[in-house]
Ligand binder design. Structure first.
Ligand code: HEC
Ligand code: HEC
Ligand code: HEC
Length: 454
């Protein structure tokens, strides 16, 4: 027995023996603390499994409820994340690259083996409100449950009715690719403790019904801030910088507050056109990851669209600055007119030959099918990614306004050419400092490739 051994005389000077036993006590203490800590954390992280239930028959849900669920699913972009391009709806497998590895969305069709066909409504409700799967494991916040937690029970029930009445698809989930220990699901309990605030949306009585409806949609289902708010080192949204603009999927989602740097304010009218048609007269098209958002918002009821516009407008109070629109447009058109005169720089000539045939506007107003680069956010934001991407890869028919496209220049232009045009626009259209290391940034975006346009 080790206990008996300790009482035996030890060789060596007494001081070493004392240090030795003190060290052992310290080690024993540390080990005990660690073991107790691990047990306590495991107990804290543990969630019960919900038992499997028979898949509810489609006829058990009322058509009205299913319809309501369909509209909510559109506003929550469920299909965008839970379907791969060309894949079956809701079969999952869409890869989300995060700073912590690649997480794949799961099969949420009602297939009993590979989807969520065995999930009760209670299990679904817990997943949406708390980010816990039916088997009790924690879900990663790539699934925006930190926003869905604000959904009312009634809306989650409608979503359940909609999802459970989709055709079941047999498709195994794709294993996540995350380095150890980030893939350990129990650790998510720690993340939740630090950053997750479960709870339903709170009505603001100082604001109108319409504003509240918009806030509810934006903050819960449509999770606008998941892309438009910068994130901290652990992937948490920085709540003290809400909607102040953030890098996402190789793009930059501009600020939706008064910090938005475009010269024309985001008025209700501009927001309405942009969010519901994918193109606004002065701010141009919604490209990249914003394109599928606008496609879904186009299917919302007019009331919900107006509610969303009302709430988003209030973030930057664009309507109060509507008077700035006319002077900003006049200034941008004056730059276009100057460009049509003699150009003395090589960068300028490159821009004129490659871009100005389409991106030229003349008084009295901007033609929305010829986005005015002197008003477009891609030229004004601190991050040049959007402008570089659009020049390299163009704008597909799936993005922006239906029916109009922009060609990409990746094959015809060198990294220096693209950088020169970006620099020319930055210096002639804005009073902002030049972007640093442009050529390198073009090379990096070219190396990363166009990504998936959805
Ligand atoms: C931004 C992308 C994204 C959106 C939008 C999204 N999901 Fe997901 N969802 C995910 C990912 C990724 C996972 C897997 C998370 C994990 O493995 O921890 C997931 C998991 C789930 C799960 C758990 C399934 C399981 O197998 O454990 C449910 C249920 C779910 N989503 C429902 C929905 C519904 C309903 C909507 C629309 C209201 C929605 N999701 C919108 C990305 C998304
Ligand atoms: C998946 C990420 C993502 C989500 C979700 C998202 N956005 Fe965006 N948003 C972007 C990106 C990226 C851009 C830049 C698009 C471009 O340059 O064409 C953008 C652009 C915008 C713009 C134009 C800003 C400007 O100055 O050009 C507005 C307005 C906007 N989003 C509002 C919203 C609203 C409202 C929601 C929620 C209903 C939302 N976004 C959800 C990624 C997202
Ligand atoms: C053949 C016509 C054409 C040419 C040439 C062209 N564009 Fe475009 N561009 C468009 C159209 C059309 C859109 C809007 C697309 C849509 O709404 O789907 C657009 C959109 C844009 C946007 C808005 C992106 C956003 O997300 O808001 C930028 C920036 C842009 N172009 C820059 C350029 C630059 C720089 C060049 C030259 C290298 C160029 N374009 C050449 C037609 C063109």
């Amino acid at each position: 027995m080790s206990r008996g051994k300790q009482t035996l005389p030890q060789p060596g000077p007494a001081s070493t023996r004392r240090t030795g036993s003190r060290l052992k006590r310290i080690v024993a203490c540390v080990v005990t603390v660690v073991i107790v800590g691990v047990i306590a954390f495991a107990a804290f992280a543990w969630r019960p499994a919900f038992s499997e239930v028979p898949t509810p028959a489609p006829s058990s849900f009322s058509p009205v409820l299913i319809q309501q669920g369909a509209r909510l699913a559109a506003a929550g972009f469920c299909a965008s994340c839970h379907t791969t391009t060309g894949g079956k709806p809701f079969a999952g497998g869409y890869a989300m690259k995060t700073g912590f590895g690649t997480i794949y969305s799961t099969n949420i069709s009602p297939d009993r083996e590979t989807g969520i066909g065995t999930w009760s409504e209670a299990a679904f409700l817990r997943a949406m409100h708390e980010g816990v799967a039916r088997d009790g494991s924690h879900l990663f916040p790539a699934f925006p449950y930190d926003h869905f937690t604000k959904l009312s029970d009634a809306d989650v029930q409608a979503l359940y009715a909609y999802v459970m009445t989709r055709p079941p698809v047999h498709a195994e989930n794709h294993a996540d690719e995350m380095p150890f220990p980030l893939g350990i699901r129990a650790l998510q309990a720690g993340w939740k403790l630090l950053f997750f605030h479960p709870g339903r949306f709170e009505f603001q009585s100082s604001e109108s019904q319409l504003w509240n409806r918009g806030a509810y949609l934006a903050e819960s289902l449509s999770h606008c801030s998941a892309c438009h708010t910068p994130r901290g080192p652990l992937g948490e949204e920085l709540t003290n910088r809400l909607y102040q603009g953030a890098a996402v999927d190789g793009w930059f989602a501009p600020a939706l507050t008064a910090a938005n740097p475009t010269p024309v304010p985001w008025t209700s009218a501009e927001l309405h056109d942009y969010l519901t048609t994918g193109l606004s007269r002065y701010h141009g098209p919604a490209a990249g990851p914003m394109a599928p958002v606008t496609h879904e918002l186009a299917t919302l009821s007019p009331d919900d669209q107006q509610a969303l516009v009302t709430y988003i407008e209030s973030l930057g109070a664009g309507d109060t600055r509507a008077g700035r629109t006319a002077p900003a447009v006049t200034a941008a058109l004056a730059v276009d007119a100057r460009d049509s005169q003699k150009i003395s720089t090589a960068n300028g000539r490159l821009f004129i030959s490659a871009c100005a045939s389409c991106h030229y506007n003349r008084t009295p107003d901007v033609n929305p099918n010829r986005p005015e680069l002197g008003l477009n956010s891609s030229v004004f934001v601190d991050d040049p990614s959007n402008l570089i991407r659009v020049i390299l890869y163009g704008i597909s028919v799936k993005e922006g306004a239906g029916g109009i496209v922009m060609p990409g220049f990746a094959r015809g232009m060198s990294d220096e050419d693209v950088a020169s045009i970006a620099a020319y626009l930055r210096s002639t259209r804005t009073d902002k400092p030049q972007w640093p290391n442009l050529t390198k940034q073009v090379a990096a975006i070219r190396a990363a490739g166009p990504g998936e346009i959805r």
